[in-house]
Design a protein around this ligand. Structure first.
Ligand code: AMP
Ligand code: GLY
Length: 434
């Protein structure tokens, strides 16, 4: 593929993350046809949505059909947004000459898929993380928890759609959590093995890095807001908002995180035969004793991706291809020196039960401010062309500002202009540093 030829792209996924990646890829002069499978109501305006494929485009079981689609549409860059297909090995299955597939191979995605493996690797490489013990035997886990005097976190070892982590304040809660995972099998197989770890205190940050197998380019630090309610109250969600950059991580701390967390993991993977390529995302707690890893993800975070794409300078096609090719050192990558605040508008009831099919209005009005961009997540266009809600997290409203306060104000003002039945959002994204 010459540097001049157009790159036809397939983005797999349907969230705000995938819309933001498409928005940024589309800005490249090299962007040819852009497909989203399945996509959402917003991605349809950037490229071609493929909502009605006779197979599931984010399921590794259907890799042959996805490969066939790519061959027949001359796709030379496939971007995989969500974790399930990465952990299932879709990158391995789609490998082909003349095609770049952005994301780690299955043995790399294991860092996210298997928390026991991830803990073992951290221990082996002295990466700072919470003390923990792994259990496959329920009685043994109960016995361990009953004899502990400090609070714990109970984690299902496998993938549980972001729900398999239960932060406990008392031993009773921890015992309930063990029962939920190991006896009731609330997270299926993912919870048959659990990790019980010390509960850490401090500020949480998300550090995402592009990794090309060897080179690491750390992206500006972000902070996600997982609890559903203002001031981090209520149950955890996929993320109710994020901002970038966060002042919680200065250059010195960033260097420490790169040296003590990212480099050892990437090097250890390579030694063990895996060239990790794609995004390595460390969820960190900034404790009094320094940063400690809560989890690794092997993809862009949602909503962290949205403010990152708003601030990223440079050609994302070049950046992604360089990541796949191992030439990350050769690309230009820098940041717009402003702050971005991203506020998620959700359906009433989320993260519990919610209704869908509610008409959405006001997006154009919100985007009248050139600092505002609305990314879609749970939206779709009806046959009649009406934009309606189709999920729990509906929209990610991003606003740029000269500082976090201005960015937050602009994002909140934009949210006020957007309406759908039952809509709600947090007005305090960034409060922990304001
Ligand atoms: P995870 O999916 O592992 O990032 O966990 C989800 C959320 O649970 C994190 O964002 C934290 O808020 C919380 N959490 C996870 N592990 C711990 C821990 N060891 N101590 C305190 N909170 C934790
Ligand atoms: N925002 C957290 C995640 O994507 O896992």
């Amino acid at each position: 593929m010459s540097k001049k030829s157009k790159v036809h792209i397939l983005i797999l996924g349907s969230g705000g993350r995938e819309h933001a990646l498409g928005f940024k890829l589309k800005q490249s002069k090299r962007c040819g046809k852009l497909y989203f499978a399945p996509g959402n109501g917003g991605t349809a305006a950037l490229g071609t949505n493929l909502p009605d494929l006779p197979f599931d485009p984010v399921n590794t079981k259907h890799a042959d059909a996805i490969d066939y689609f790519c061959r027949h549409n001359n796709i030379s860059l496939v971007v995989i947004g969500p974790e399930d297909p990465l952990c299932g090995g879709l990158v391995d299955r789609l490998a082909a000459p003349d095609r770049h597939v952005f994301g780690p191979v299955q043995t790399g995605a294991r860092l996210e898929a298997d928390k026991v493996f991830s803990k073992q690797l951290m221990r082996a490489t002295s990466v700072p993380t919470a003390d923990s013990k792994t259990f496959t035997d329920y009685e043994a886990a109960v016995n361990y928890v009953e004899n502990r005097e400090t609070p714990v976190v109970v984690k299902a070892a496998g993938l549980a759609k972001g729900k398999g982590v239960i932060v406990c304040s008392t031993n009773e809660q921890a015992l309930d959590a063990l029962k939920l995972c190991m006896v009731d099998l609330a997270f299926g197989e993912a919870g048959q093995t659990v990790i019980v770890e010390e509960r850490l205190g401090g500020q949480e940050v998300s550090i995402l890095a592009l990794v090309d197998g060897r080179n690491i380019f750390v992206l500006d630090p972000t902070q996600d807001h997982k609890p559903v309610g203002e001031e981090d109250t209520g149950p955890n969600t996929g993320g109710m908002g994020a901002y970038c950059p966060t002042p919680l991580v200065d250059d010195a701390l960033m260097t420490t995180i790169e040296r003590e967390v990212l480099v050892p993991i990437v090097d250890a993977m390579r030694r063990d035969g895996t060239e990790f390529k794609g995004v390595l995302y460390a969820g960190l707690m900034l404790t009094a004793g320094g940063p400690k890893v809560l989890e690794f993800n092997t993809r862009f975070g949602d909503p962290e991706c949205q403010p990152l794409m708003m601030r990223l300078k440079g050609d994302l096609i070049d950046i992604m291809i360089a990541t796949c090719q191992g030439t990350l050192g050769e690309v230009n990558l820098s940041w717009i020196p402003r702050c971005c605040c991203c506020v998620v508008m959700a359906s009433g009831g989320y993260p519990g039960k919610y209704e869908t099919g509610k008409p959405i209005t006001g997006i154009e009005d919100a985007e009248a401010d050139p600092d505002v961009k609305v990314f879609h997540a749970g939206t779709k266009l009806t046959n009649g062309g009406t934009l309606v809600t189709a999920g729990g997290r509906v929209l990610s409203i991003c606003a740029m500002g000269d500082d976090l306060k201005q960015a937050q104000q602009k994002a909140n003002a934009a949210c006020e202009k957007i309406h759908f039945d039952g809509a709600f959002y947090r007005t305090d994204i960034g409060f922990r540093v304001m």
